[in-house]
Ligand binder design. Structure first.
Ligand code: 5GP
Ligand code: ZN
Length: 116
């Protein structure tokens, strides 16, 4: 793990977070600055920088991340009302933390399709 990776530090429990789910390969916690009533970050425990670093052997952890999204949506009560799973890649997308993360947002109308 890179010493300076914020999300590796959160996964290790060295920086506190509000944990939503903790599985063998995947960890999920509430975003510190929620943009919606439900805003959870789902990350692989093993450090992966971002989508551009993915390799074929990362397929298993990606499935686990989506499965975690399903479970969290159900436990947050938004599986039926709907939600968004978003992944920023690189500067133009506004990625600020370079440890792969999928954000699950929902609990309100999120607006139509657009660049935001
Ligand atoms: P990005 O900007 O890379 O797509 O997403 C990073 C997300 O991490 C942001 O939504 C930001 O609010 C969240 N974040 C940044 N620092 C912390 C932190 O220390 N704890 C938690 N729980 N979330 C954080
Ligand atoms: Zn990391």
């Amino acid at each position: 793990m890179p010493d300076d990776c914020l999300f590796c530090t959160i996964v290790a429990g060295e920086i506190p977070s509000t944990v939503v789910l903790d599985r063998e390969s995947v960890f999920a916690f509430r975003d510190i600055a929620p943009a919606a009533p439900v805003h959870v970050l789902i990350v692989p425990k093993r450090h992966i920088g971002d989508v551009r670093d993915l390799k074929a052997e990362d397929g298993g952890v990606l499935i686990e991340m989506f499965q975690a999204g399903n479970e969290i949506a159900a436990s947050e009560g938004i599986a039926e009302s709907g939600y968004r799973l978003l992944v920023n890649v690189g500067p133009d997308a506004g990625q600020t933390v370079f440890h792969l993360h999928m954000r699950l947002v929902g609990g309100t109308w999120l607006g139509g399709v657009g660049p935001g």
